[in-house]
Design a protein around this ligand. Sequence first.
Ligand code: FES
Ligand code: FES
Length: 205
Amino acid sequence: MFDDRQAHHGNLIGISSLSAGYPVETATLRVYMFIDYCSVNIYPVASEAGMILLKVNGATHQVDADPATPLLWVLRENLGLTGVKYGCGVAACGACTVHVNGEAVRSCTLPVASAAEAEIVTIEGLAASAGMSANALHPVQKAWIDVQVPQCGYCQSGMIMTTAALLKKTPKPTDADINAAITNLCRCGTYPRVRRAIRTLAEQV
Ligand code: FES
Ligand code: FES
């Protein structure tokens, strides 16, 4: 299952072949991806602005944003939470995964208005959401270091957030549980180490 995704992911992340199979405005998406990789923050966040209440990592924010703006951009651009990554923009890769009321959610396709007043957690607040100090590492983050999961790291905050949500509900997941939950894509092919880290965490329960 993971192996199939590796080939698929080449089309998702390769800028020159980004349009393959995806009904999106590809020229725009290419530009957005290029800009994101260059860390230049010029995404259009609001066109018809309105104040929206967001609870993120335990703090309440009033953000001035178009209600239809994807939550991803509000987290990154309005709140500076750049641990949330943009990969595909079409809910296919999982790089943008955050927790919304405890569920792993792909924030690139969730209108910010739909998350108003929900409890949102990003990778920056993961440890605190588990009752740890803000500077501590969540057990999933520790396991990621122990197993040396990341390669380039771009997909990994999404992988960690998805894993944390899985293990909270299912502390000892089967392979089938892992396959069903971890549908995130990794162009570096870290899937075997992701699985090893999850198994390590399950053995500690
Ligand atoms: S950026 Fe790929 S799923 Fe959201
Ligand atoms: S994309 Fe590089 S570690 Fe996943």
